[in-house]
Design a protein around this ligand. Structure first.
Ligand SMILES: Nc1ncnc2c1ncn2[C@@H]1O[C@H](COP(=O)(O)OP(=O)(O)OP(=O)(O)O)[C@@H](O)[C@H]1O
Ligand SMILES: [Mg+2]
Length: 166
């Protein structure tokens, strides 16, 4: 079976496509997006819902490759009405390896618009927590493959201190 896959080049292509993917950004690839109005509105409603007491709320967008997950997130992210509720927005491209250090560092750099040289995860998390404290923020984590609860738990530690109503 493996040999057949090798002959067809399936394994190699699949791995290559992940490793060499261009990171997504918050910018939409094309100007005309079809049939996503309802999905977008459903997410907007969740974002504008300020009745929750949760310290952190996550909205997962899940689906097969090419389904339009990134595009939907971009549609929401670029909606001007979000300015009414969020002090800042961050778009973070994660990909296969959920590297908490790297993601935390990228988030700090996105908030401060300058490079961050810290390496220690503890310092990075403290710094991020400090930068976000009292702020209403939206973070899009695109292309997340991680299914490990512990890793997700560790990652969100600095994000537990949002201001009320976000
Ligand atoms: N509703 C839409 N209307 C028009 N084009 C779309 C729509 N949704 C997605 N596309 C286009 O389809 C392609 C794949 O979409 P997208 O990258 O959002 O998928 P994805 O689910 O994030 O894929 P992956 O799992 O590989 O990251 C892109 O070129 C995007 O511009
Ligand atoms: Mg995507």
């Amino acid at each position: 079976m493996l040999e057949k896959a090798d002959i067809l080049g399936l394994k190699e292509n699949a791995r290559e496509s992940l490793l060499w993917r261009t990171p997504s950004t918050s910018l939409l690839e094309r100007s005309t997006i079809y049939g996503r109005d309802q999905d977008k509105e459903a997410i907007m409603e969740l974002l504008f819902d300020d009745t929750t007491d949760a310290k952190i709320s996550a909205i997962p967008i899940v689906g097969m490759g090419g389904f339009g997950k990134t595009t939907l997130a971009q549609l929401v992210y670029n909606d001007e009405s979000l300015e009414q509720i969020f002090d800042l927005k961050l778009w973070i491209y994660v990909s296969e390896n959920f590297d908490i250090q790297k993601i935390t560092k990228t988030m700090i750099e996105a908030v401060t618009s300058s490079s961050c040289d810290m390496k220690d995860l503890g310092f990075l998390q403290l710094e991020l927590k400090e930068k976000l404290i009292g702020k209403k923020y939206l973070v899009v984590l695109d292309d997340v493959w991680n299914e490990n609860y512990g890793v997700w738990n560790d990652f969100q530690k600095p994000l537990q201190h949002r201001a009320k109503g976000k």
